[in-house]
Design a protein around this ligand. Structure first.
Ligand SMILES: Nc1ncnc2c1ncn2[C@@H]1O[C@H](COP(=O)(O)OP(=O)(O)O)[C@@H](O)[C@H]1O
Ligand SMILES: [Mg+2]
Length: 262
């Protein structure tokens, strides 16, 4: 049965999509069957993996509104070692359509039920908002949310609001919702500020912050324009090693022993 983790932070540009893609491809690298669900109408994860969002005829939107069952929309990429449930601009309309629908907060969770047999990990990449789409992502996060936090000034700003939303979803539709982990991203070791932020975030989430910190890296910023995860674009870079370490750490915590691959 797949573990389902949702990457969430209503702040844009903190590394949700980058983490979803690279965590996904390294989970695949370590032999896990991975499905990445692009839940953002901007379809960045879809584009970053080299898929033209305008050419997506059927994707997460159709699954969410119940037009088609989960399955045929999935694009498997053996080279990237992951499968993608793509997004498309049509998803922007779902926000409004969902409001009228039955069980509007748990549609994604229900739609993904058949996928849980087929994968070991399902990662859901949320839009930068606390919208109904994100709430669907939270309710579907059967094994918790992963919160990427950028190591910069005011990093904690907004985490209070996110925590409130998590509590609200917990107390209404999803009592078991928990924080699986916090990933520190875009760390620049040359600045005192970045070190201060690491301290602050560890103080705010004493148990949840992953040891592995993702450095700021030009390679990571470049990889999307080649439509590739870092494991393919620059496997020897520090950023690639960081994502690989992050995934090893996560697998270890999940009780999965990873083969030594080299
Ligand atoms: N560690 C990093 N170092 C440098 N650039 C990064 C890093 N992580 C993400 N980026 C870049 O920062 C931008 C925002 O990242 P993204 O993952 O799209 O954030 P989000 O999904 O939270 O909006 C993207 O252009 C991405 O390529
Ligand atoms: Mg994103």
């Amino acid at each position: 049965m797949a573990r389902i983790y949702t990457l969430v932070n209503q702040k844009g540009g903190v590394g949700k999509t980058t983490t979803a893609i690279n965590m996904g491809s390294y989970l695949g690298y370590f032999g896990q069957r991975v499905l990445l669900v692009d839940l953002d109408p901007q379809a960045n994860a879809t584009s970053c993996l080299g898929v033209d969002k305008r050419a997506v005829k059927s994707g997460i939107y159709e699954v969410l509104i119940g037009a088609v069952p989960f399955g045929s929309q999935v694009l498997h990429n053996p080279r990237f070692k992951l499968s993608l449930l793509p997004s498309s601009p049509a998803l922007a309309g779902a926000e409004i359509e969902l409001v009228e629908m039955d069980k509007r907060e748990s549609r994604l969770s229900e739609a993904l039920e058949p996928a849980r047999e087929r994968y070991d990990y399902i990662l859901i990449d949320c839009p930068p908002s606390l919208s109904l789409l994100t709430v669907n992502g939270l309710v579907a996060a059967a094994d918790g949310v992963i919160i990427p936090v950028q190591c910069e000034y005011l990093a904690l700003e907004g985490l209070g609001m996110l925590t409130q939303t998590l509590h609200r979803v917990q107390s209404t539709v999803s009592p078991g919702l928990k924080v699986r982990g916090v990933v520190l991203t875009m760390y620049d070791g040359r600045t005192n500020l970045a070190m201060d932020v690491v301290q602050e975030v560890r103080h705010f989430f004493p148990e949840e912050v992953f040891q592995t910190i993702i450095p700021r890296s030009v390679r990571l910023a470049e990889a999307p324009s080649y439509g590739q995860p870092i494991s393919i674009y620059a496997p020897d870079s520090n950023a690639a090693k960081a994502y690989m370490n992050l995934v090893s750490e996560m697998l270890r915590q999940d009780g999965i022993t990873t083969p030594i691959l080299e």
